[in-house]
Design a protein around this ligand. Structure first.
Ligand code: ZN
Length: 163
């Protein structure tokens, strides 16, 4: 089978930049193309959908609204946690990113929004929630995944075998 366009089950290598409010936030520059397996939720849906059918060498600007990106900013996604609920030796300040375990034992990312006396307010919104994402993508390479990648639903980069 020869693969000539972006479609489900294909490993895409792409160069990209991401701008939010005119500011460069992320790019493949210097770290090499990003590889991902299409159709397994490895990148945000709003970007993946727009890349379907692109061929090697094709480039495109894609604007992704929050609903198809990292979600709308959720005013209720904040939680007040007393300082003594955190390990004593845990150091953090406003703006710090933490992993916390919720009541259902899920590990979640949060940022310290505010520290007010003994009360710590955590923000569970994704850092890019509510942001309109401006991507520029260029398809560098397309290939078939190997069996293991397909079974895991993500790319294993050479020399970086995990689990
Ligand atoms: Zn894996």
């Amino acid at each position: 089978m020869s693969i000539d366009s972006v479609q489900d089950g294909v490993v895409v290598s792409m160069d990209y930049t991401l701008h939010v409010d005119g500011e460069l936030l992320d790019s493949s520059d210097g770290q090499g193309p990003l590889q991902f397996l299409v159709g397994y939720g490895n990148i945000i849906p709003g970007l993946e959908d727009e890349m379907m059918g692109m061929k090697i060498g094709d480039s495109k600007k894609v604007v992704v609204q929050p609903v198809d990106g990292y979600g709308e900013f959720d005013e209720s996604a904040f939680m007040d946690v007393p300082r003594d609920q955190f390990p004593k030796d845990m150091k953090f300040e406003e703006g710090s990113e933490l992993t916390v375990r919720d009541n259902e034992d899920n590990v979640r990312m949060a940022r310290v929004d505010r520290i007010d006396g003994d009360m710590v307010t955590l923000n569970f919104n994704h850092p890019l929630a509510g942001d309109v994402l401006h991507f520029y993508v260029k398809i560098v390479k397309l290939r078939e995944p190997n069996e293991e990648e397909l079974a895991h639903g993500h790319v294993h980069e050479e020399g970086h075998h995990h689990h």
